[in-house]
Design a protein around this ligand. Sequence first.
Ligand SMILES: NC(=O)c1ccc[n+]([C@@H]2O[C@H](COP(=O)([O-])OP(=O)(O)OC[C@H]3O[C@@H](n4cnc5c(N)ncnc54)[C@H](OP(=O)(O)O)[C@@H]3O)[C@@H](O)[C@H]2O)c1
Length: 308
Amino acid sequence: MSLYQLFKGKGPSGFGYGSTADEVTAGLSLKGKTVLVTGCNSGLGFEAMRVLTRRGATVLGTARTLEKARAACSAVDGQAVPLACELSDPASVRACVDAVTAGGHRLDALIGNAGIMALPKLEQAHGIELQFFTNHIGHFILVTGLLDRLADDGRVVMLSSAAHSMAPREGIRFDDLAGARGYTAWGHYGQSKLANLLFAKELARRFAGTRRTANAVHPGVIRTNLGRHMPGVASFLFGLVGPLVLKSVPQGAATEVYAAVHPDVATTSGAYFADCNVARPRADADDPALARRLWEVSEAIVARLPAR
Ligand SMILES: NC(=O)c1ccc[n+]([C@@H]2O[C@H](COP(=O)([O-])OP(=O)(O)OC[C@H]3O[C@@H](n4cnc5c(N)ncnc54)[C@H](OP(=O)(O)O)[C@@H]3O)[C@@H](O)[C@H]2O)c1
């Protein structure tokens, strides 16, 4: 238990900062349910897959390569189907959509969990800053491509972060998605996580009047491979104080799993969860015009990408 956990109680959901993915699914049978989890080979994605399969769900576990997905899926006890999905490569994402479709899978939930953080130098994919492309555009292609496969009461859960508050003051820099002007590691990570949040909001708006839901989550702060780009000294300090102040991986995976399968939130849509409870994001994350514009710009970016 971290020190911080001692001061954080449970919220109205009955769960809180210290709850684990095992705890938020205790007593649930997910037999017959299918959940797709991106980034299944590491950190929170692997733990989410482990717990969901343990409760009886079939998990379609995606990783950047089939090899990584296979290794992860074979490391859990339950039913896990490995799929390749390299989010910075539209051809790979589309092939993943095709594989899910060809497999005849009906998705009860889709967890957009994969992500990269704080790249020290500007990198791009298809002319777009790489964190925005990987974290948002790759998932945009995947999720919109799989809407036909989503159950009538299916749920989409996008991994955002409290770091969405580090996005530029104007929200999304639509006039510089290449990141060419004033690149900063955290500002651009924050922008990509604000995009994940706005995408869930706009999806929820589009799902209105149906039983489908879309939500975003902040998982907490957890020491995972996500910190691989952090400078050595920061990583050292993180390692030193981490056990005292950070969530464990089982605690970190709790919120995404809760949002994806817990019956209490089956009809909650357009929300931002933290510590397994509805939380408040920064003000412009609730701006429907910004969310709509992001959707339209994302569609335009995707339309310009090579078809295959
Ligand atoms: N850990 C935290 O403190 C924290 C806080 C807030 C939000 N989050 C969010 O939580 C999510 C999970 O992070 P984590 O902490 O579990 O990190 P992690 O251990 O680094 O896992 C990230 C996963 O994303 C995959 N990934 C990275 N780039 C990809 C790409 N181009 N295509 C496909 N998959 C890719 C990674 O694959 P490889 O292993 O092959 O690179 C890995 O499976 C992320 O979206 C992150 O932004 C985490």
